[in-house]
Each structure stands twice: as structure tokens, then as C-alpha cells.
Design a protein around this ligand. Structure first.
Ligand code: ZN
Length: 350
């Protein structure tokens, strides 16, 4: 049985407490309830998060921008834009979200385990190097990748962003480098508007950004096929030292901010396939980081299925998986187009 590490802390409920917002403390409370599910009893252990320092935040964000967020500390309410607000303790909570990812990575490098989930908020993948947006202050996943390269000496990090929205901030942070491979499927057209097929990176980073823009209404089988036919071969070629999963729960069919058709069983399948990639390419080292998801029921049910897969509790129908692997992808036109664009960069796709 795999040891599973979980970052869980009551302080993540402090950001936007008492404010009407879709990205609210109930999301973390739902996770804490889910973690008490009897099926998970005794199967995971807690990691205490630390605060990321301003120097560490500067690996991705500009000093000016970090200062702007720091100045919101103690203010009852501040708005960066129509979507993105802060309350008294948001600066520290956001640093604790980044630090939670760091603490989890530390435990994995100390070989306490090879897999885990950082249940943090505020989310991060829309945060640009110099700008807050889309409910995000600091980019938790991007900073996690930089922590791996700068602190732990990782040569290559692969990010798989399964949130229903494109991670514009994460893409921007690594657009010019081959040290971090950013991959994402997302609803398109949709917020934030980036993540087109032809956005593949620039300079040294050309070929190290993989975007799968999906029209609304795609579901479990499509997500599974993207992982199996595209992301796995790319990972086998890239050989990352670790995989970071930007795990939004807004692929869920009843999410309030996206129009995909994902189900809890789909999240189990996604997790199963991602774990298989990690086992094949990086000794199983994989970290999930909570991103969006705005249905409390969706967060709870999809989160539970992800945790059960991490904890080796079998819940998948093997026949379904075989069927995915045997499908003909020629009728999945978006995936076909992405493969055509990416073939040039990855010999495992040729
Ligand atoms: Zn999202």
C-alpha cells in the first residue's frame, strides 16, 4: 500500500471568510469532511504547511507585485479586479498555500512517500508573474515547480493542469524554458481566453507547452484519452523528475463556472492514469494541488475518488479502462489536431 501525504490546515479557511464569493472557505471545509470518509481511515498522513518567503515568491512573481499583495494585509477588503479580492489575512494564507506545496515536496524528497495532495486555497494558476486574477494571488503550482528546480535541483518538471480553465499564469511563467513542461486541457472558448492550440512556447521553451482547447461538453472518456494518447507519450519522452497536477474539480458536470461533463468516476479514471504515468517516468513521484471547483458536492465526491485512487482503494471498472485504450482517436478531432501540432516536438507521438 502506498503512503499518501495530505496538506490540510484550518488556516486555509481564513481567506475571504465572511465575504460572498464562489471561491470561499466552504470549499476547504468540504475537503476536510471528505477526508474523514471511513474508506480513507488510516490511509493518509498529514503534512504541516509552512509559509513561503517573499524571496521564494520572487522565483515566479515580480517584487512589485509581491509588495502589492503584502500591502493588503490587515485590510478588511481589497479588490485587485472584479473577481479577485483579499481580506485581512489573505497575504499570509496565500503564502501558506504556496508553502503547503513546498512542505509536501520536501516530504517526498525526504522519501517519506512518493505521492500526495496539497488541499490549499486561494487557488493559483491564473496568477501571472505581475498580476492577480481569476481568484488567484500567488501561483502555487508554478512556485512548486520552481522549488523543485531551485531548491531540490530537479532538471525537468511536468505540470498537468486538469482544471476546466486554462492556467494562463503557469503557462506565462514557463513559456520561454524547457525546464518545466506545461500541459493543459481546458474549456475553449472560455475564461481566461488563452490556451490555444498554437501556443506551444517560445525560444528555449518552444515545444514545452501543450494545450488541448476543448469545446464545452467534453467528458470522462475524452479526458482519459487525452492522458493516455497524448500526455503519457509526451511524459515518456520528456522524463520529468516529478509531476505536479493542478487539480481543479470544475470538470464536474454541475460546476457553476464551467460546462464540462466530468463525473466522480471520471476523476478516479484520470487519477489512475496519471499515477500510471508517474510510475512509468519518475519513480511514482506526483503531487496534486487543489485548484478550482465551485460545486461543493462536486469537490467532495470528486475529491474522494481522487483520494481513493491515491490510497490504492480500487473502484474502477477495468473494462472501461481497456475500452479507452482501444478506442480509435481519429474521431476525436481536437486531440488529433493537437497531436499534429505536437508531433514535431515529441518523437513518441510520431
Ligand atoms: Zn477553473
Amino acid at each position: 500500500m502506498h503512503q499518501v501525504l495530505v496538506v490540510k490546515d484550518k488556516r486555509y479557511t481564513q481567506h475571504l471568510d465572511g465575504i460572498f464569493h464562489l471561491e470561499n472557505p466552504k470549499r476547504i471545509k468540504a475537503i476536510h469532511t471528505m477526508l474523514q470518509d471511513p474508506s480513507l481511515a488510516g490511509r493518509w498522513s498529514e503534512v504541516i504547511p509552512r509559509l513561503a518567503s517573499p524571496e521564494e515568491l520572487a522565483w515566479v512573481h515580480t517584487p512589485d507585485y509581491i509588495e502589492q499583495v503584502a500591502l493588503t494585509a490587515g485590510k478588511p477588503l481589497f479588490a485587485f479586479d472584479l473577481d479577485t479580492q483579499t481580506t485581512e489575512t489573505s497575504y499570509d494564507t496565500a503564502r501558506l498555500a504556496v508553502g503547503g506545496v513546498f512542505s509536501l515536496i520536501d516530504e517526498i524528497y525526504k522519501e517519506k512517500a512518493n505521492r500526495g495532495f496539497a488541499f490549499v486555497r486561494p487557488p493559483g494558476h491564473h496568477a501571472e508573474p505581475d498580476k492577480a486574477m481569476g481568484f488567484c494571488l500567488f501561483n502555487n503550482t508554478a512556485l512548486g515547480a520552481r522549488y523543485l528546480t531551485h531548491h531540490w535541483g530537479a532538471k525537468r518538471v511536468m505540470i498537468i493542469d486538469i482544471d476546466a480553465h486554462h492556467g494562463n499564469g503557469t503557462q506565462a511563467a514557463f513559456y520561454d524554458t524547457d525546464e518545466v513542461l506545461y500541459t493543459s486541457w481546458h474549456q475553449f472558448p472560455g475564461y481566461p481566453g488563452t490556451g490555444k492550440l498554437g501556443e506551444v512556447g517560445r525560444g528555449n521553451g518552444e515545444g514545452y507547452t501543450v494545450n488541448v482547447p476543448l469545446p464545452r461538453g467534453h467528458g470522462d472518456r475524452d479526458f482519459a484519452r487525452i492522458i493516455y494518447f497524448l500526455l503519457k507519450p509526451v511524459a515518456l519522452d520528456y522524463r520529468p523528475d516529478m509531476i505536479l497536477v493542478t487539480c481543479g474539480f470544475d470538470l464536474y458536470q454541475h460546476d457553476r463556472l464551467a460546462e464540462m461533463q466530468g463525473t466522480p468516476a471520471g476523476y478516479a479514471m484520470i487519477t489512475h492514469l496519471l499515477l500510471d504515468i508517474a510510475e512509468s517516468v519518475c519513480g511514482g513521484r506526483i503531487v496534486f494541488i487543489m485548484e478550482g471547483g465551485y460545486s461543493i458536492k462536486g469537490i467532495q465526491e470528486c475529491g474522494l475518488r481522487v483520494m481513493q485512487e491515491l490510497c490504492d482503494i480500487p473502484s474502477l471498472n477495468g473494462k472501461q479502462l481497456t475500452k479507452i485504450k482501444e478506442t480509435n482517436i481519429s474521431r476525436f478531432s481536437v486531440l488529433k489536431k493537437v497531436m499534429e501540432v505536437q508531433r514535431k516536438y515529441w518523437r513518441t507521438l510520431r
